[in-house]
Design a binder for this molecule. Structure first.
Ligand code: AHG
Ligand code: MN
Ligand code: MN
Length: 327
């Protein structure tokens, strides 16, 4: 396609980008493009609500727990409703898997895609006006259309993602995604109500000097993790930890760095969830030239056995992740 060879300029609207890059949205019939539009639209609604936190009644705890035992915040629940509703109405998705729902939602339709989503990442930062996010993974349905969906549709390896992305509700709101042809970032322009291309062909620096880890749990880190952190200090690295994975990841993507959430005494298998958080960010990292591992091997090759499965997570600049693994 001729148009694909012309780099689209900064300021190109998301819709135009999708139209001009159809070859990046495989299975050409347009459903994947529509799915991304649905997610973008729901994120605008969530963005509007995030920006009113404090003015409308969306701060604070819901008083309930999700399946993983996390306290649900009002905005966790609201964002889950917004995204699930958009995906249900769109008709392209046959199932939605969400961090906030105990089991997957079977939409009972002929949709060709399965979506895994962390509707609101960084819940503890909602009430204090610190960046939060949304993370999503998109998979192809495996079961034949017309038949009911099965476990094989739901528990897919990260390497089977056809697209993944995140929305960062930060000092500006951004949508960053990949369909397996590199990573592009779009900034939300509120006066236009549009995402516009601001970060074409994002590439993660091969090396960096930022390390992001919750050192409060250091006493229960394994020796190799402790040694790697000492290595960072010995080399005068900078520590940066926001506590919203999306925000920490985004900074490291732009500046070069490593994010680690290792196994701890409190979370012996790590805290982060393979299907809602790690798979999407590992895919984006790899597409931008970085790496995502569980400390032993590639995140994308892990066969999930449970929806809410957790994993240790090392993600970021290639050399830094490789170095951390060498300990
Ligand atoms: P969520 O809000 O979706 O439950 O995710 C929170 C995650 C992640 O965003 C963040 O990096 C990490 O939890 C922070 O955990 P600690 O407070 O244990 O460092
Ligand atoms: Mn999260
Ligand atoms: Mn969440």
């Amino acid at each position: 396609m001729e148009s694909s060879r012309i780099a689209l300029p900064i300021g190109t609207a998301l819709d135009r980008f999708i139209k001009n890059n159809q070859e990046q949205f495989q299975y050409a019939s347009g459903e994947l493009s529509q799915l991304l539009r649905d997610i973008a639209l729901a994120s605008k609604v969530v963005n509007r609500e995030v920006n009113k936190a404090g003015l409308i009644d969306i701060m604070g705890a819901m008083g309930t727990q999700n399946t993983a035992g996390d306290q649900q915040q009002k905005l966790d629940v609201l964002a889950n409703i917004r995204f699930t509703r958009a995906l249900t109405k769109g008709g392209e998705a046959c199932a939605v898997i969400s961090e906030e729902s105990e089991t997957y939602v079977d939409l009972n339709n002929d949709g060709k895609y399965v979506i895994a989503i962390d509707p609101l990442d960084g819940s503890s930062n909602i009430d204090v006006n610190v960046s939060i996010g949304t993370i999503f993974s998109i998979y192809r349905r495996k079961s034949p259309i017309g038949k009911s969906i099965s476990e094989a549709d739901i528990l897919q390896k990260g390497e089977e993602q056809v697209a993944a992305g995140y929305i960062l509700y930060g000092s500006s709101t951004m949508l960053v995604f990949t369909t397996g042809f590199g990573v592009n970032g779009f900034t939300y322009e509120p006066s236009l109500g549009e995402y516009v291309l601001s970060h074409p062909h994002m590439e993660m620096p091969k090396d960096g000097k930022i390390y992001s880890i919750n050192e409060g749990s250091a006493n229960s880190f394994s020796d190799p993790v402790k040694k790697y952190i000492q290595y960072c200090k010995d080399n005068n690295y900078t520590a940066r930890y926001i506590g919203s994975l999306v925000a920490d990841f985004h900074r490291n993507l732009l500046k070069g760095g490593i994010y680690i959430y290792p196994a701890t005494a409190k979370d012996p298998k790590g805290k982060l969830r393979l299907m809602y958080e790690c798979n999407a960010l590992a895919f984006i990292a790899e597409q931008a030239g970085g790496r995502g591992t569980d400390g032993k091997g590639r995140i994308l090759e892990i066969q999930p056995t449970a929806l809410h499965q957790r994993t240790p997570f090392y993600v970021g600049s290639e050399s830094m992740v490789t170095k951390a693994e060498s300990f």
